[in-house]
Ligand binder design. Structure first.
Ligand SMILES: Cc1cc2nc3c(=O)[nH]c(=O)nc-3n(C[C@H](O)[C@H](O)[C@H](O)COP(=O)(O)OP(=O)(O)OC[C@H]3O[C@@H](n4cnc5c(N)ncnc54)[C@H](O)[C@@H]3O)c2cc1C
Length: 489
């Protein structure tokens, strides 16, 4: 019998024999009150209103996290409103209808609210309001907000230790700590003119309006930074360098495509099938985007079936191409980026920055292009746009580093996150926990595509039913949950 079962028996709760009695007095702690942690708490509190859900968040605000907190009014969602629906009442679309003044530009572009790409902070406002309502509800159980940083978790007794010395007694813990801050991908001494984390508050404040810039990384983080710089009046030249020099593709509406992939294909076969389908779709006037949308629901199952070698092969050879087609930008953002290129304010090249150093008024960066000789670039500042640090084997996150040292969690050999089985975390000895779980980007090794709202929402649904021991709902298989998430993403 596990320690938790012994404790439950002392409290008169037999988890195995009396399914209804497990509903009494459980304390579930969620570490991280960003998107995933808040939504999980909201959903679990509906299914198990008598349980206490401790939502531990280091920051002052709930429901936002990095994506919907560290953004300005100029940053828009990467997917249309319909794709951001997470099963709450009112729906995101209904909630937005009450705020028409903030939707003008989005509606001008798309015509229909459900197809519109609206400012990102609105989704944060929406979730935050749901959280306010849930926290205001009185009752024996429900969500309790705990403001503080979780520093450690002990197994016996089962507790969470906070930075201010408090210890919280819990029955189960869900880690929803989100993306890690970015790490610099080249050698450089610390400098005010090298921005390591562009999402940190005030990170771009000291960039002058004419400062020549080097942006390292060319994905959606770079696009976010470009849009933020434009909004603050930056008009200087911007040089973007990334390994492949590829910019994210744009969304295009219209058409539909049949499912094209299923578990069992190798990375090479998947590439061949996608290419053939893209050619066929385009010959019929259907945007290639629909083919990628049709692939999306099968991604978790395909990834799951791949061997470690196949996953490594995908990461090495196909990931960059997959990412730019999968992580797309709204059409009006793409138009702005095309304008920057046409005005020669933005140049993009393929290569690696090896090192950078500060010399009087300039920063000199050593660029090894993908083709050609090593060059020196002189700029006024460098902004690291390589996105979140994924490899947790080198994490600076106190809690995650401590949990790894304790052997309570295990990072995967490809450096993608923590090993888990259907959200239950694996310990260093390979045992799957029955009380320690994770959600969102932390669980990438098992799911691969687990960074965006639709997938995380499906994952949350499953974990809520698993923890609440609602076997029928839980028994629904992942592909069914994922069937509807392709279109428009
Ligand atoms: C810039 C950006 C834009 C995105 N745009 C979109 C989009 O348009 N559409 C889409 O579908 N997806 C988008 N995503 C992806 C996705 O929505 C996020 O990755 C998702 O929000 C992840 O949720 P999360 O809860 O795991 O992390 P977060 O929402 O970041 O929350 C993690 C929380 O944990 C807290 N925390 C961490 N450690 C501790 C600790 N030890 N103690 C207490 N609290 C702690 C943090 O303070 C934070 O609030 C975007 C992602 C990013 C980064």
């Amino acid at each position: 019998m596990t320690a938790a079962a012994r404790r439950d028996r002392r409290r008169g709760i037999d988890m195995n024999c009396h399914p209804m009695r497990q509903d009494v007095n459980r304390v579930i702690a969620v570490i991280g009150g960003g998107f995933a942690g808040s939504l999980f708490a909201l959903k679990l509190s509906v299914i198990q209103p008598g349980w206490t859900i401790l939502l531990v968040e280091a920051n002052a605000r709930l429901g936002r996290g990095l994506a919907y907190g560290a953004c300005g009014p100029q940053h828009i969602l990467n997917v249309p409103v319909s794709r951001m629906e997470v099963g709450l009442e009112p729906s995101f679309a209904d909630w937005l209808i009450q705020r028409p003044g903030r939707l003008r530009e989005a509606l001008e572009e798309s015509g229909w609210l459900t197809d519109a790409f609206v400012p990102r902070h609105l989704f944060g406002d929406y979730l935050e309001q749901h959280m306010f309502a849930a926290l205001a509800r009185k009752g024996n159980g429900g969500i309790r907000r705990v403001h503080g940083e979780a520093m450690a978790i002990s197994q016996m007794p089962r507790q969470i230790m906070l930075d201010d010395g408090r210890a919280l007694a819990v029955d189960a813990v869900v880690l929803a700590t989100g993306n890690q801050p970015p790490a610099l991908p080249f050698r450089a001494k610390p400098s005010d003119r090298i921005v390591v984390d562009p999402w940190a508050p005030g990170a771009l404040d000291d960039i002058g309006s004419q400062t020549p810039l080097l942006l390292v990384g060319s994905g959606l983080t770079m696009i976010d930074v470009l849009i933020a710089l434009e909004a603050k009046g930056h008009a200087g030249p911007v040089h973007v360098v990334s390994r492949h020099g590829l910019l994210p593709q744009a969304h295009r509406p219209g058409g539909s495509w049949r499912p094209v992939l299923s578990a069992g294909v190798s990375p090479r076969q998947a590439l061949r099938i996608i290419r053939a389908n893209v050619r066929e779709a385009q010959s019929q006037g259907i945007p290639w985007q629909r083919v990628f949308d049709a692939v999306r629901p099968a991604v978790a199952a395909i990834w799951h079936a791949w061997s470690l070698g196949q996953r490594a092969q995908f990461l090495r050879h196909l990931r960059a191409v997959w990412d730019v087609h999968r992580h797309r930008m709204a059409e009006r953002v793409a138009v702005a980026v095309e304008r920057f290129v046409a005005e020669k304010r933005l140049t993009v090249s393929a290569g690696r920055i090896l090192a950078a150093g500060e010399e009087k008024t300039v920063i000199t960066a050593v660029l090894r292009p993908r083709a050609g000789k090593t060059q020196l670039l002189e700029v006024g500042a460098i902004i690291n746009c390589t996105g979140p640090q994924i490899d947790l084997r080198r994490t600076a996150h106190s809690l995650l580093a401590t949990l790894q040292r304790q052997g309570l969690v295990l990072s995967d050999p490809l450096g993608l996150g923590l090993e888990s089985d259907d959200c239950a975390l694996k310990a260093a000895n390979g045992m799957v926990s029955d009380w320690l779980y994770a959600l969102g980007p932390l669980t990438r090794p098992a799911w691969w595509e687990i960074v965006a709202v639709p997938e995380i929402n499906a994952q949350i649904e499953r974990l809520v039913h698993k923890i609440a021991k609602r076997e029928e709902a839980f028994a629904q298989l992942l592909p069914e949950l994922f069937l509807d998430i392709g279109a428009g993403i």
